[in-house]
Ligand binder design. Structure first.
Ligand code: F6P
Length: 336
């Protein structure tokens, strides 16, 4: 089952786990559309032919959902799950998925695979999909630099990431963006205006600024979109446009903005994400085969390992303000 927002690599988890389970003569059932598939009993019998090659595609061929109403539906969920006659569940999801599973069916035999492009889950140093999202950001910085330089403008790129700045930081650093604004390091408006103005005076042909969707200036709040997300009730968005207008008002530059949005979730997975999902999916299957339930598959110290499921639950894992990538930005002269 895949739950929550999609992330490049979900299909890789499904393919790897299914290949290992099928090779070990298991029957594999895919639950369609996350929790919705349990409530409505919609499943798919997974054969080798149905999963071969899936790892190269973004999205999830099982479908997902992050708007299921679960309150008070524990009995219904457990009854429906029992009807499926399964030995256990491999679930790829974010904090919301595992919280909901705990609430709906605390005794369900589960293997959890942490999933989010935001890279902000506890207990694992990397989540799959993050590298692909960073690649989308880095490609955008590289491309937009040409038009920034041609028109002598600042191009502002707004990234996803919710309250964590990993995507803006990772993608912006990989492409040497000129400035990276993340929520964990509220920026000084005066310092940013000076940095942009100095760059103009020194003759920079154009600049690229990467801003994480929940970034904010010192003493200010992040910008919320009027629309609400059904899962979290909060939708960020708008900082890119706001920053480009502010740059025009407070520096000599003309500015434009681009919101990368769901393109960050829609690219085919990078090879780094494919290695990760092949290893994570295979380990999830092996844990299920040896009936080691209530474990999570995590990445620590360069290795894919298993850990208690509770390790991947908790508040978002944010960027430490003095993280080594932040220090590297500062050493390279990137405003952060
Ligand atoms: O958590 C993943 C994420 O892509 C965030 O970075 C973003 O804020 C959010 O999901 C967008 O959610 P939705 O697909 O509901 O608009």
């Amino acid at each position: 089952m895949t739950g929550g927002g999609d992330a490049p690599g979900l299909n890789g988890i499904i393919e790897a786990a299914s290949r290992v389970l099928l090779k070990n003569n298991c029957e594999v059932t895919g639950i369609l559309d996350g929790f919705e598939g349990v409530f409505t009993g919609r499943t798919k019998n997974i054969t080798l032919e149905s999963v071969l090659g899936m790892h190269a595609e973004a999205g999830t061929f099982l479908g997902t959902s992050n708007k299921s109403k679960i309150a008070g539906r524990g009995d219904e969920f457990q009854k429906q799950f029992a009807k499926m006659n399964l030995d256990g569940l491999i679930a790829a999801g974010g904090d919301g998925t595992f919280k909901a599973l705990k609430e709906l069916a605390p005794d369900l035999p589960i293997i959890g695979v942490p999933k989010t492009i935001d890279n902000d889950l506890q207990g694992t140093e990397i989540t799959f999909g993050f590298d692909t999202a960073c690649t989308v950001v880095a490609d955008a910085v590289d491309s937009l630099r040409s038009t920034a330089n041609a028109h002598h403008r600042v191009m502002v790129i707004e990234t996803m990431g919710r309250t964590a700045g990993w995507i803006a930081l990772g993608g912006g650093l990989a492409s040497y963006a000129d400035a990276i604004l993340i929520p964990e390091r509220p920026f000084s408006r005066a310092a940013l205006a000076k940095y942009l103005t100095d760059a103009h005076t020194k003759g920079a042909p154009g600049l690229v600024v990467v801003v994480s969707e929940a970034a904010m200036a010192i003493g200010e709040d992040p910008i919320f979109n009027e629309a609400k997300n059904s899962s979290t009730g909060i939708r960020f968005g708008g900082i890119g446009e706001r920053m480009s207008r502010w740059i025009e008002a407070h520096s000599p530059w003309e500015a434009r903005h681009v919101v990368l949005g769901h393109l960050q979730r829609a690219r085919h997975p990078t090879t780094t994400d494919r290695f990760l999902t092949a290893s994570m999916g295979a380990l999830a299957a092996n844990l299920a085969l040896s009936q080691q339930w209530n474990r999570a598959v995590v990445y620590r110290d360069g290795k894919v390992l298993d850990a208690p499921l509770s390790d991947i639950q908790g508040p978002p894992r944010e960027v430490a303000p003095d993280h080594r990538w932040v220090k590297l930005c500062l050493a390279l002269g990137i405003f952060i």
